[in-house]
Ligand binder design. Structure first.
Ligand SMILES: [Zn+2]
Length: 264
């Protein structure tokens, strides 16, 4: 059972945000740090965080990382991170996900990372940069346990559930409205969930297939709303303060970038 757990959002915005960084978080479990997702411009994100956030961070804190899916706003920083760790740290970053996701990540990075950066040539391998650790639907990390399920987004997008023994955190940053997922998350004490503000008809199709409109979230019971923080929100989600959302959001609250959430 974990004695101390904090959640620290480094980004909260949707894929088009100019106001925030893309959704990604740091979880600290008794001093052991896990990041979830890795958007691009890591250096700028950390610099901004260190000027504005409640907690100071350095890039070498990336030692263990979960990935939810392959959209750029969630994995666009992996190449930056790979080179950072290769040149500036001793050990590859542990990368957690299903085996197929780890293979997809290397397929994605390979054209950029494989040409050798070592004297004498030779092709680089994934394990020069990352220590890929395949995890099953349920994985025991000792102080806590992690499980995942698939969300209604693009195929093979994951939602995670972290069980710290005395507190459960649900994490679904990109998902359409999905009653099965809501039921899976509902046992959690705190839930981080996708929210869509504004029009749901877009040029590319119905947004409901990818994200969850506020109107759908408001159909859920108040006890679910009270324990759920909304993320992946538009720049227009609030004007001056996250306490003043631009639309009625019931008992939900907006997840805040650069704020320490003490869970345990
Ligand atoms: Zn996505």
């Amino acid at each position: 059972m974990a004695k101390s757990v904090t959640l620290y959002p480094l980004g909260v915005g949707d894929a088009f945000t100019a106001r925030h960084f893309f959704v990604n978080c740091l979880i600290n479990v008794d001093g052991r740090e896990f990041f979830i997702d890795c958007p691009a411009y890591l250096g700028k994100m950390f610099h901004y965080n260190n000027e504005n956030g409640e907690q100071q961070l350095e890039l070498n804190r990336y030692r263990e990382l979960f990935i939810t899916h392959m959209h750029a706003d969630h994995v666009g920083g992996l190449e930056e991170l790979a080179y950072f760790q290769y040149y500036k740290t001793e050990n590859p970053v542990k990368l957690y996900g299903p085996d197929w996701l780890l293979q997809d990540i290397w397929s994605h990075l390979r054209p950029a990372l494989e040409p050798s950066v070592r004297e004498g040539g030779g092709l680089a391998n994934f394990d020069w940069f990352f220590d890929p650790v395949p995890i099953d639907h349920f994985h025991d990390f000792g102080d806590f346990k992690v499980s995942y399920t698939y969300t209604r987004h693009v195929p093979r997008t994951l939602a995670f559930k972290f069980d710290f023994g005395n507190f459960k955190l649900g994490y679904a940053p990109d998902t359409g409205f999905d009653h099965n997922l809501i039921a899976w998350l509902n046992e959690c004490d705190l839930i981080i969930h996708d929210a869509w503000f504004g029009e749901t008809e877009a040029l590319g199709g119905n947004i409901r297939n990818l994200h969850t409109p506020i109107a759908d979230l408001l159909t859920l019971p108040e006890d679910f709303q009270r324990k759920t923080l909304l993320c992946h929100y538009a720049d227009t989600a609030y004007s001056d303060s996250t306490e003043n959302p631009s639309e009625e959001i019931g008992a939900y609250r907006l997840l805040q970038q650069g704020k320490v959430y003490k869970l345990v």
